[in-house]
Ligand binder design. Structure first.
Ligand code: SF4
Ligand code: SF4
Length: 427
């Protein structure tokens, strides 16, 4: 990225020195994790370009949108309905929170022992290093877990925050509570953007976001082939970029990549010939958190699916497009989101069932459960995951980690031992 964006970063109020340190840290990590991979599809060039321009071109697009009176809305969770933001003329941006930035500042307002994702979003804001965050007119929080819920109260000292109440169960009364929250969110968006959501604008937004999900689903489907035509790391990167790139352009680029991968599949070509096939499940992996997939794939295995919010949970169900009026359309949107299998729900049988079916559909040899430190919902639920997989004889490795690199050696040893174990049992 060139220095030509410095003025823009300055106008956003970034701490330029801290921001420079962040930008300098990303390229070496990216080169080592991504560009060193052999046999990458040509279609990945676009996604490399997006990362290369991560704080440049897309931020410029957001500024142009704002200059025309548009709003930018930030989100930390896949429960925030992007369709509604778009239908009101806004742009919805997933804020990443995948790096140890500004932790010293975050620890002044948060306890030290809190999930790194929460510490990271607070740190990014307090350290003023993220141009996405600084471009947001409003941030949408949710009540998915206690840590986030309380952290949003503090975050609202620094940026306007709207919190959506996500229920913790999926009964009929929870569905109506959630549908009410989606309606309230729509009213807030209308007020905030000054644009009415109409049947036409909502229908168009639903179609566009569904098309993005369908493209990602097409990509996921291609990974069922053996050999896998694309690495898990590249697939994760695409899912991470899905949260902030321009929706139409991103969808077209994923479909172009899929055209290329279909040729690979027809010719029986993949990223590598052999190696155990792994499904990852657990907490989201936000940019630039590529640690565990990198260790798995540099140990000879291939990740074929992610039961993550930076994976299938983000795109595998679409909104029913048959809503005949605005009211029905909103109900369908609410239904779609409530089908997400987040560990904040009790019980959360859907996640266990989906995980078992994924292993079968993707021909996986084992599952790696990866949760962030201090994440109670996923750490506690990992017991049920273990039980369910054991009953089916599916090998599982449970990992708990943070954004630091200090445990990489130990993780590599454990992952290699697991891969060797499943490799032996598969012989
Ligand atoms: S794990 Fe739950 S809280 Fe976190 S992004 Fe996913 S749905 Fe939201
Ligand atoms: S990873 Fe767990 S603790 Fe952290 S924000 Fe998500 S649900 Fe909450």
């Amino acid at each position: 990225m060139t220095g030509s964006y410095t003025k823009m970063w300055e106008s956003l109020g970034l701490d330029l020195e801290a921001h420079d340190r962040l930008l300098q840290a990303i390229p070496p990590a990216y080169g080592e994790v991504y560009l060193n991979q052999e046999n990458r599809p040509k279609g990945m060039e676009y996604f490399d370009f997006v990362i290369n321009e991560i704080h440049g071109l897309r931020i410029q697009e957001l500024q142009d949108h704002k200059a025309g009176g548009g709003k930018v809305i930030g989100a930390f969770c896949v429960f925030v309905p992007e369709e509604i933001v778009r239908a009101a003329g806004g742009i919805c941006i997933g804020l990443c929170s995948g790096a140890e930035i500004g932790f010293d500042l975050a620890e002044k307002v948060l306890p030290r022992s809190i999930c790194p994702l929460i510490k990271s979003f607070m740190g990014f804001k307090l350290a003023r290093v993220c141009p996405y965050f600084e471009s947001c007119d409003l941030v949408v929080g949710e009540t998915t877990c206690d840590g986030k819920k309380k952290a949003f109260e503090i975050l609202s000292d620094y940026v306007p925050v709207h919190v959506m109440e996500v229920p913790q169960m999926k009964r009929e009364k929870d569905r109506s509570l959630w549908a009410g929250e989606v309606r309230e969110f729509m009213a807030r968006m209308e007020k905030y953007t000054g644009n009415r959501v109409t049947e036409d604008s909502l229908r168009r937004a639903v179609r566009e976001v569904n098309a993005k999900r369908e493209a990602l689903m097409r990509l996921a489907g291609l990974r069922k082939n053996s050999p896998a035509p694309i690495s898990g790391k590249d697939s994760l990167l695409i899912n991470q970029i899905a949260m902030y790139d321009d929706v139409g352009r991103f969808t077209a680029k994923v479909n172009e990549l899929c055209d290329e991968l279909e040729i690979r599949v027809r010719e029986g070509r993949g990223i590598r010939e052999q190696g155990p096939r792994i499904v990852i499940t657990g907490t989201p992996m936000a940019v630039p958190n590529w640690k565990v997939p990198h260790i798995i794939e540099s140990s000879g295995a291939v990740v074929v699916a992610e039961e993550l919010c930076t994976g299938l949970r983000y795109f595998e169900n679409t909104v029913n497009e048959a809503g005949e009026n605005l009211d029905r359309m909103i109900d369908y949107i609410a239904d779609r989101y409530l089908d997400i299998n987040c560990a904040c729900f009790t019980p959360n049988r859907g996640r266990l069932e989906r995980l078992i079916s994924l292993v079968d559909e993707y021909g996986a040899d084992g599952v790696i459960h990866c949760s962030l430190t201090f994440c109670d919902p996923y750490a506690v639920e990992s017991y049920r995951v273990e039980q369910a997989l054991r009953e089916k004889g599916i090998p599982l490795l449970k990992i708990e980690t943070d954004y630091g690199q200090g445990d990489s050696g130990q993780l590599k040893t454990r992952i290699e031992a697991f891969l060797e174990m499943i490799g032996r049992s598969g012989e």
